[in-house]
Design a protein around this ligand. Structure first.
Ligand SMILES: NC(=O)c1ccc[n+]([C@@H]2O[C@H](COP(=O)([O-])OP(=O)(O)OC[C@H]3O[C@@H](n4cnc5c(N)ncnc54)[C@H](O)[C@@H]3O)[C@@H](O)[C@H]2O)c1
Length: 442
């Protein structure tokens, strides 16, 4: 196998975060706490997972971080934009995810992260408003300001490289329009302040133009438009998205493949959630909820392939609800009621009640994506990074193929991509070499 040339992970890596809310602050504080050795980065593959190399008998299981050259936690620097001026410590206290006791252990460092003025447009996020917002004559001018912010951050912190991870609020549902179809029309649209260009697209464009890999943690289109996909390809900048796969969809994409692999039918799948954080408030608006609903609903259709298995999945009733319920705070509660059927069509039910913490599940994903997309950049992998589908509810994928939603296939794809990058044999799990009794009876 050929080993890909990968640039070294030397120097500091800047992590740029549009949005300094629950997810961002839980991620930043978590990195600070774990690099001090105070708490463990649980949930992060880059920090805790091993992967197998070679045959099962060889017992070679290095940690991913020892196998591929990743940036060290001690080399991470953070910057953010938000419509509220609270620094990361104040924002984390308001988000109410981590305890004051834990936040106080890294208070000084957190207080130094104050958000830059945001590109914000209430047409895209209707339920919140704040004062820390950029002013500009056109969307192009706002974009230039973001690019200037990026350059300044790099200079001030003497960074070797940067990545951007969108952790700001979910924007309203937006379908691809002619302005998104090519880079020429997109750039004209920026100059003309086209109403279909959202703030998240402005950040994504600014990042790619500055040579910074971009990850979209929310469900709206953002970089998943022909204009930005082709720009990222032509400039050799990796992009990935959309929508962090954290609670209910994580469970769905593990349970649905189980049912399908055993050829068990599904008549209906009703998913409901209550959550009370600011994300919940934003999703209480029909437009933002529509973005989330589309992203959350796509996985089951793709996994079950009802056209191929009409007897099992055709006409399956799938409903997703998200309700804003302030007393819950960041402690989201999800219920799934799954009506299944087995042998001869006899009905059964599965009920799942997941009492999760949204940002506790999202923070390690932000870390892994930041480190892996930086690796992709150093390995010369421009354009969309489908191997990172593992982390997303609505993975970006080439138009010629369907998206891969099955969690275990996504996981295998991620690990095989790492093996491929390092020139190691891919693992197919065929294992034919262990069946030494085969052919003995002839
Ligand atoms: N927590 C999870 O499990 C999870 C899972 C998947 C996706 N997400 C997505 O991640 C995003 C962040 O979630 P959260 O719980 O941290 O939300 P949050 O509301 O706590 O934080 C989002 C922050 O973004 C800011 N913001 C809004 N528009 C902005 C803009 N244009 N520029 C800069 N800042 C802006 C808001 O003021 C807010 O502080 C949301 O879009 C959410 O849907 C979260």
């Amino acid at each position: 196998m050929v080993k890909i040339r990968i640039g070294p992970a030397k120097g500091k890596l800047g992590v740029l975060l549009p949005g300094l809310g629950a997810v961002s602050t839980t991620f930043i504080a978590g990195v600070m706490l774990s690099r001090k050795g105070l708490l463990k980065p649980v949930g992060s593959l880059t920090q805790m997972q091993t992967l197998r190399l070679g045959k099962r008998g060889e017992a070679k299981f290095p940690l991913i971080k020892d196998f591929v050259p990743l940036a060290q936690l001690s080399d991470l620097e953070f910057a953010s934009w938000d419509i509220f001026p609270d620094n990361a410590y104040q924002a984390a206290l308001k988000a109410g995810v981590l305890s004051r006791e834990h936040l106080d252990m890294v208070k000084g460092e957190l207080e130094k992260i104050t958000p830059m003025k945001a590109v914000f447009d209430r047409n895209f996020v209707r339920n919140i408003d704040g004062p820390n917002v950029k002013q500009g004559k056109s969307k192009l001018e706002l974009c230039s300001q973001v690019r200037e912010d990026i350059r300044l951050f790099k200079k001030q912190k003497s960074l070797a490289r940067m990545v951007m991870v969108w952790c700001a609020s979910t924007e309203t549902y937006n379908e691809p329009k002619p302005v998104h179809s090519s880079i020429e029309s997109f750039e004209k649209g920026l100059a003309a302040s086209d109403p279909s260009i959202s703030p998240s697209m402005i950040y994504a464009y600014a990042a790619i133009m500055e040579g910074v890999p971009f990850v979209n943690g929310s469900p709206q289109l953002t970089s998943d438009i022909p204009a930005l996909i082709s720009l990222s390809r032509s400039k050799g900048i990796p992009i990935a998205g959309k929508d962090f796969k954290t609670g209910q969809t994580l469970v769905k994409t593990a349970v649905a493949p189980m049912l399908k692999s055993r050829m068990l039918g599904v008549r209906g799948w009703f998913s409901t959630n209550i959550l009370g954080n600011r994300d919940g408030l934003v999703l209480d608006d029909a437009g933002s909820f529509r973005s989330k609903e589309v992203s959350k609903k796509s996985s089951l259709e793709c996994i079950f392939q009802p056209e191929m298995y009409p007897d099992l999945y055709k006409g399956m009733y799938h409903k997703v609800r998200i309700e804003y319920y302030p007393p819950k705070g960041d402690d989201k509660e999800g219920w799934d009621n799954i009506d299944i059927f087995g042998w001869l069509g006899y009905p059964m039910q599965i009920k799942i009640n997941f009492l999760c913490r949204d940002s506790i599940l999202a923070a390690p994903i932000v870390l892994d994506l930041a480190l892996f997309i930086d690796l992709a950049q150093r390995a010369g992998m421009g354009g969309m990074q489908e191997w990172l589908s593992f982390y997303f509810k609505a993975p970006m994928h080439p138009p010629s193929v369907y998206p891969e939603h099955d969690l275990s296939i996504q996981h295998m794809k991620l690990k095989n991509t790492l093996r491929f990058l390092m020139g190691e044999d891919l693992i197919t799990h065929l294992g034919i070499e262990y069946y030494d009794y085969w052919g003995k009876g002839k």
